[in-house]
Every structure is written in C-alpha cells, then in structure tokens.
Write a protein that binds this ligand. Structure first.
Ligand code: SAM
Length: 478
C-alpha cells in the first residue's frame, strides 16, 4: 500500500498519509515537501463545496497521489521528470488517478459528502480519459490465425482456477495479445491467476535438481529457475505443458540480432547495450554449464543445455517474466501463464499487478483505466527506454516513447550540442527508402527502424538545444 486515506465522518475531513512502509518513503517525503505538502495531509470536504474548492481539493489529492505512486525510476528522476503541468509519466498518472478512485470508492461516506465525492469521482474519471484519450482503438485481430495452442492453454487455465475477462488473439503488430471480451471499467479484474498456476522458484525447490543446485556456490534462485525451465519445457508430463507449448520457438529480441543488424546499429548506444548483454550471457553460460556436467547428466541432459537453448530460456525470462511479491514478503521472478499474453503500452490499462492477494492466494490484474469490448488490454512492463525494450523484449513501442528523453537542464545545452552533433554524424545518413526492403532480414529491419528513431530523437534534441540557446540568448541580449 503506497499511502492511506480515511474519511473521518464526524468532521467530514479526508486524511491522506504516506505509508512509512513505502520503500521510497524519504525520497517521496522530500518530493512532497517540494510541492508544499507533508506526509500527512487533510482535505476538508464538509458541506457542499463550490466548484473552485472542489478543484483545489482535486489538485491536492492528485499531487499527493502522483508522488505516493511514483516507481523506482520516477523517484530517481524526481522533480526533473515533472512537466510544467505536474505530470511525471503516463504510467504514474494512471496509477495515481486509479489509486484515488479506489480509495474514494471504499471510503464510508456520510450523506453530505456523497455529492462532493461523486464530483471528485467524475473529475478523476474525466482526467483518466484526458490522459489516455487518443489511445482507444479496436484491436486489429488476425482471424486467419487459428489460436490452437493458445486455446489449449486457456482451457488448461480454466481447469486450474484462472479467471479471465480477456480473449487471446493474434493482433497485427503485436503477436498474440489479450482483447477485452466485455466492457471493463476501472477496478475490474481482467485476469486472476492462482499461485498454484504460476511458475516460480517453488517448482525448482520441489524438483530433483534442487539438492544439486543448492550446493553450488553463488547459485541464485533465478538461475535455478532458468535451468529448471530448460528441462521442463521438454517434459511431456509437465503440469505446465500447455504453457510451454504455447511459447514461441524464437523470441526475436535484440539478443538474437545477427551480424548485419548489429552493423546497421553502428553509432547507436543500443549497439553497446546488445553487445554487453550478449557477452555477459556467454560468460555466465561458460561458467555455469561445466558445473552441471559433473556426474549429473541424468538430471541435466547435455542436449537440453546447449548455448541455443540457454539463449532461448534467457529471452523467455527477459521478455515474459514478472517480479511478484509473495505472502512471505519475498520478491520472486515468475512466469505467469495466460497473463503472459498481455502486451506493453506506454498508455497501459493495468499498472498494479505485482503482489499476491493474501485472501485469495492469487495474482490479480485490475484495470486502472477502462477497456471496452474489442480493445486490446495493455500492461505496463515498466518505464523502459526503446533500447531496453528492443534488447530484452524485441519490439519498439508505438508512437513516441517518453522514456527515451532524458530530462535536460538549460545550463548544459551549450555543452550538449557538440556531443549530439557528433552523435548525429556517427548515425550517418537516413536509409534510402528505395532500399530493397523485400530481401532485408527481420533483424536488419528492426535495427534500421531503431536507428531512424535515434536519428529523430537526436535531431529533436539538437532542435531543442538550438531553441533553448536562442531563448537564453534572447533573455541575456534582448
Ligand atoms: C509477455 S509477451 C506478450 C505476448 C506476446 N505478444 C506473444 O505473442 O507471446 C512479450 C512480448 O510481446 C511482444 N510485445 C509486447 N508489447 C508489444 C508492443 N507494444 N508492440 C509490439 N510487440 C509487443 C514482444 O515480442 C515481447 O517480447
């Protein structure tokens, strides 16, 4: 819980409090104070409020909610990431607004507060549509694709306690995705998965691998799970067989980029990111595999632990795993069948999903903004830059990605311009459109697309530098 809000019915006050359990309590306390707010705030909602007082109350509630709902990256950038309109990120805005709504909904209200709270609820809902307004679109479903493996997994889910209000389909530009099968409103749970249907370290702990792996120095629970997955994928008796059968044979992330694609990335920071990630994987593999071959071939069959199988498993975990907080308080890396079909968006419907519900022993995916029947339901994987998404997930998000733009200070504009001029030169000229795209590989196409985007960003930074410099000069030498 990121904060608390209660209504004290006798006085009609609304009390907000930042929870001391918040992992970024100190940082958020500072950010609140920058906005003139404390960790405890009271809003007076007694009687019927004028429109102006209501606006003031809503603004205060939103400012508090935004800071209480900042995630790790947003806390790190803090005020630097805050726009003049007070927005930190779309994810944060949706998160803050749905948080406010959920708190208002559960509050006990007296007769006099009903009207005020209803007006506040309306204000929150209209703000949510304002933030994501342009993002409502029907999913373009490819009906020629017969979702056989996917349907088998959905059926397996139903037999294992999975509840879903989404349908799995092949969607243009996204691979498989989840489409709302009915109109869903804020707070509705789109998918619910019992913990028994989640793949986590428990699976390794209950397997014959565990006694061997636990004796290996420096072995982490993530690596154990990776090794378990590499073998379990081929186990025809596996409880999770329909899940493994539904996975792609090739993930097509940046880690699988071939030489031509790597060359096409020349001059970008992504080239370094991919090369470093690949080298790290190779080093880990070379250290790990000899430890398994020591007399344990029956448990770790060498043909299942090849370099190719290892990269596949790493790509699976990079692109499909989730960090889930379990009732024992531990954060565990998990694979979550069915929910793994949810794609990412910078305008997500689901932002809060990382914690097992104690009452139901299940993982719930509640909506933070409405999703109408026929629309694709999106998750937020996190505030990632395009280079991270391409390296580890193999896609570039639609439209501009706000996390590509590092908050810049006016004072450093002069210093930045030559750096970005150099970067622009290194990126070279735009690719000739007449290039033979028909015979270009998927990886080269993606590399070229990434480079085009980088060119656009660097060019827009150069424009901003020039505009900023002109502005500063204008002030100094009117
Ligand atoms: C958790 S899976 C989601 C389901 C996936 N589409 C499938 O067919 O299995 C993550 C992968 O989905 C794809 N993906 C997720 N969000 C996307 C987006 N906004 N645009 C394009 N592809 C996306 C990427 O290939 C990513 O590695």
């Amino acid at each position: 819980m990121v904060g608390a809000l209660n209504i004290m019915s006798e006085t009609g006050d609304l009390c907000l409090e930042l929870s001391e359990d918040d992992p970024f309590y100190q940082e958020k306390k500072k950010l609140l104070s920058c906005k003139g707010l404390g960790v405890k705030e009271t809003l007076s909602l007694s009687g019927s409020l004028s429109q102006q007082s209501l606006n003031v109350a809503f603004e205060k509630l939103l400012q508090f909610g935004r800071i209480a709902n900042l995630d790790k990256v947003e806390v790190y950038f803090g005020e630097d990431a805050c726009t003049s309109a007070g927005l930190y990120s779309v994810r944060n805005e949706i998160s803050a607004l749905s948080w406010i709504l959920s708190l208002i909904s559960v509050s006990c209200e007296t007769q006099t507060q009903t009207e005020t709270l209803e007006a506040l609820r309306e204000a929150v809902k209209s703000k949510i549509s304002e933030v994501v307004g342009e993002e409502k679109e029907e999913a373009r479903v490819d009906y020629s694709y017969r979702c056989e493996k996917e349907s088998r997994l959905v059926e397996w889910g139903q037999n294992n306690g999975v509840k879903s209000k989404l349908q799995i389909a092949q969607i243009d530009g996204y691979g498989r995705g989840a489409v709302a099968s009915q109109d869903l409103k804020i707070g509705d749970v789109a998918i619910e998965i019992p913990i028994s249907s989640i793949i986590s370290e428990e699976c390794v702990n209950n397997s014959d691998m565990y006694p061997i792996l636990e004796k290996i120095d420096g072995m982490t629970s993530e690596t154990m799970l990776l090794l378990w997955t590499m073998r379990e994928k081929h186990n025809i008796e596996s409880k999770f067989k329909p899940y493994f059968d539904s996975l792609q044979e090739n993930f097509c992330t940046g880690l699988s980029f071939g030489v031509d694609a790597i060359m096409a990335l020349d001059g970008t920071l992504l080239l370094d990111e991919i090369m470093q990630a690949k080298e790290l994987l190779r080093e880990r593999y070379d250290e790990l595999i000899p430890l398994l071959s020591n007399n344990h071939e029956h448990i770790f069959p060498p043909e299942l632990y090849t370099w190719e199988h290892y990269v596949w498993a790493c790509e699976l975990y990079y692109s499909n795993s989730m960090q889930i907080k379990f009732p024992d308080g531990k954060l565990k890396t998990c694979l979550v069948p069915v929910a793994g079909f949810l794609n990412h968006s910078v305008h997500p419907h689901i932002v809060k999903y990382g914690k097992v519900d104690l009452e139901t022993s299940s993982l719930k995916f509640p909506l933070s903004r409405p999703c109408n029947k026929g629309e694709q339901c999106f998750l937020s994987y996190g505030n990632y830059s395009s280079s991270h998404l391409l390296t580890f997930y193999g896609f570039l998000p639609k439209g501009d990605n706000p996390y590509d733009i590092i908050p810049l200070e006016m004072g450093v504009l002069e210093n930045l311009r030559p750096t970005f001029d150099d970067m622009m030169q290194n990126l070279g000229d735009a690719v000739d459109d007449s290039m033979d795209r028909e015979n270009t590989g998927w990886d080269v196409k993606m590399a070229i697309k990434f480079k085009e985007r980088q060119r656009k960003i660097v060019s827009s930074i150069l424009d901003s530098c020039s505009a900023g410099i002109t502005l500063v000069h204008g002030h100094l030498f009117p």
